[in-house]
Design a protein around this ligand. Structure first.
Ligand SMILES: [Zn+2]
Length: 684
């Protein structure tokens, strides 16, 4: 993923109006290129030295420019000045893009009877119901969910009302019930994914939660949630302490080795192999409307963890375990819902709750066949150049291995938008079953969450032979995740697919009249980054068919590969713990650059709009400006995440450029300059 954090801060009364389509122009219209040239220079802090801190040089004035644009043009500015200076101003380029997508959707949702066909209007009508129910909220009250969905039919939650019956509480049943409503990664993980050995078919995978998911929440955050649902301070303090203690014990279970390895088992066998887990009780909740087939199989990993988990949970008091599950459930619902009750937040929540419908609507609004064919041909040229790089074989792999990699590269496709026109029928079918109301936000939210999980489990029974005729990308298994709810592009490993949401095709990222240089430096980089994920440490596991049978071990045997990897690991400084992201950035910058300039050394004429820079310098500035962002305001709540993310973006730009020899040559950086890595890493 290009964007690590999915939470974008969006606000509506604030508009992104530097686009040339803004309608209030009275002077002679500026060309897109003139406008972008002006903008590029206005973001720069030319007092900074490019060889010392290129991020500051390229982005130093971004924040000032953004604020000025808003204060000059936005009438609501004065009224909401406080909020703009706070969290809600878009923090970066992708934030701006999603802000503008949401704004367009919001206008559509408020307008009536615009839709042409009947099926269009029924999906749109559902979206309007959700949106209206959200707008009617005052305030977002998490306690309502607890009233709507108790842990089982025979007990209430420990903190709500008087109906708590600890003797009736059964953790695995409750977990299954909440799993059906979207909760996952609490105590364990259960999901339907493409099979590792046959990616067209699906299987249930059961595993321990990720390390991130068992990371203790901290008493402060728990107390905040408990106060939200009306607990007294005293009770909240005591309960948070109890749960915190449990979370720490739970997190320690991560240390257990998986000495049994992943295994595929029939449901019936698992029940006798690991009786303490009582897996059937869980599954009966998830498949509540159908009979369980005990001969059906699932793939189970980390059995020692699951065994220890059952022991731990049984030894704790039901109060603690149930409160832990409840707090995790509340945190999940809080994330899903609107951050505050504003028009913008209701659209953002709508995109999370109805990703499929929103993606359909975004496609209708932003799809532009002409731009799409430009982007496709750009992608094709990047692939050709990557093919040449593979053929150069820097890692000295054997010819059959190079051939396997070339085959995989050949298989990688680009898709615009989350689904294809011929999958439209499925989207309609999906929404026919949804029953929403304009007056019940909490009910709607639960209905939509449940439908996603059910649809996901229905994939276990799809008929693969029918699919063979479909040109569809078969991405429905992603519908449970958030991928469709924002405009960040992504790489889908089991499908060998680079997915570019339609919303991304707008300024400041894309316009069909921007210069070829800018197209390569921004969209070219974005596409190359996703393409490179097919060949990073996790991507290489997947072969040309999307099965986890890639030649990882064989490639790992190459000395050159191991050296490259070691070099990358040495550069893993603060804020960038994702080696795959670093690898993708390094590969992508080179790929986009070489695709545009070619590999030979030739001088290009300077851009008449910005004669002070060489073409190559402009390329690096444009690339860096994609990552410009706001330095977050210090506030106790957002501090850590927003700051880390900003620091990570800054570091990304600096490290990626410092690793590319052409950069230091072009800016004349000397050997000791900060923007020149002492050792340059290269894998491909
Ligand atoms: Zn990425």
């Amino acid at each position: 993923m290009l964007k690590l954090s999915l939470v974008a801060w969006l606000i509506f009364s604030l508009a992104w109006r530097t686009t040339p389509t803004a309608c209030r122009q009275t002077n002679a219209p500026q060309s897109v290129q003139e406008m972008l040239a002006e903008q590029l220079q206005s973001y720069m802090d030319t007092k900074a030295r490019p060889c010392e801190n290129f991020y500051q040089y390229a982005c130093g004035n971004w924040q000032i420019q953004q604020q000025e644009q808003h204060s000059l043009r936005d009438r609501d500015w004065t009224r909401d000045r406080q909020r703009y200076q706070g969290q809600l101003l878009p923090t970066d380029t992708l934030g701006l893009i999603d802000h503008s997508v949401n704004r367009r959707l919001e206008l559509l949702l408020r307008r009536k009877n615009e839709s042409s066909s009947e099926s269009d209007s029924s999906i749109l009508e559902q979206m309007r119901l959700y949106y209206r129910s959200c707008k009617r909220l005052k305030p977002y009250n998490l306690k309502k969910y607890l009233q709507l969905l108790p842990p089982s039919n025979s007990t209430q939650w420990p903190s709500v009302g008087r109906g708590w019956r600890p003797e009736q509480f059964d953790w695995i049943t409750t977990l299954g019930r909440l799993r059906l409503h979207g909760l996952n990664g609490v105590l364990l993980r259960e999901e339907v994914l493409p099979r590792w050995d046959d990616s067209r078919n699906y299987s249930i995978y059961v595993n321990k939660p990720s390390r991130q998911e068992t990371q203790p929440t901290g008493e402060g955050a728990m107390i905040e949630l408990l106060l939200d649902i009306g607990q007294t301070k005293r009770t909240a303090n005591a309960l948070a302490r109890q749960v915190d203690d449990f979370e720490r014990k739970l997190h320690r279970l991560q240390e257990l080795e998986d000495d049994e390895g992943p295994r595929e088992m029939q449901l019936g066998y698992l029940d006798s192999y690991l009786p303490q887990l009582r897996w059937l009780s869980f599954m009966r909740q998830v498949r509540i409307d159908s009979e369980l087939d005990l001969r059906s199989t699932l793939i189970i990993e980390n059995i020692p963890y699951l065994r220890a988990l059952s022991d731990l949970v049984e030894s704790e008091s039901p109060d603690t375990v149930c409160s832990y599950i409840m707090l995790k459930w509340l945190a999940f619902l809080k994330q899903q819902g609107p951050a505050d009750i504003s028009r913008g937040e209701c659209v953002a929540a709508l995109r999370r709750a109805m990703p499929l419908a929103s993606s359909w609507l975004v496609g209708q609004q932003f799809s532009d066949p002409e731009s799409e064919s430009y982007v496709r041909s750009l992608f094709q040229r990047l692939k050709v150049r990557f093919g040449q790089i593979l053929a150069e074989n820097r890692m000295r792999l054997s010819p059959p291995l190079v051939h396997i990699l070339q085959q995989k590269l050949h298989a990688v496709r680009l898709q615009m938008g989350f689904f294809q026109p011929d999958e439209m029928e499925d989207v309609e079918q999906y929404h026919v079953r949804v029953d929403l109301s304009g007056h019940s936000f909490y009910g709607n939210q639960l209905v939509l969450l449940r439908q996603r999980v059910e649809a996901n489990h229905d994939l276990l029974y799809i008929n693969v032979t029918n699919l063979a005729n479909s040109t569809g990308s078969n991405l429905s298994y992603l519908s449970e995740s958030w991928e469709a709810s924002n405009s960040s592009p992504l790489y889908v490993r089991p499908r060998n697919l680079v997915l570019v949401p339609h919303g991304l095709l707008q300024l400041p990222i894309w316009h069909r009249n921007i210069s070829a240089l800018q197209q390569h430096a921004v969209m070219g980089f974005v596409l190359a980054h996703e393409l490179a994920h097919g060949f990073d440490m996790s991507g290489m596991d997947y072969d040309a068919l999307g099965n986890i049978m890639g030649p990882v071990e064989e490639i790992g045997a190459s000395r050159q590969f191991r050296q490259g990897l070691q070099c990358l690991q040495q550069q893993m400084a603060t804020g960038s713990k994702w080696i795959d992201e670093k690898l993708a950035d390094f590969v992508a910058l080179r790929l986009a650059y070489e695709t545009f300039f070619g590999v030979r050394d030739k001088r290009e004429p300077r851009d008449p709009l910005m004669p002070q820079f060489s073409q190559r310098q402009l390329f690096f500035i444009s690339f860096a400006q994609f990552f410009c962002g706001r330095t977050p305001v210090l506030s106790p709540r957002s501090q850590s995440e927003a700051h880390l993310k900003h620091a990570a973006d800054e570091l990304r730009v600096m490290q990626t450029l410092a690793n590319f020899e052409e950069f230091s040559r072009e800016f004349g950086c000397d050997k000791k300059a900060k923007m020149q890595a002492s050792q340059r890493c290269r894998i491909w």
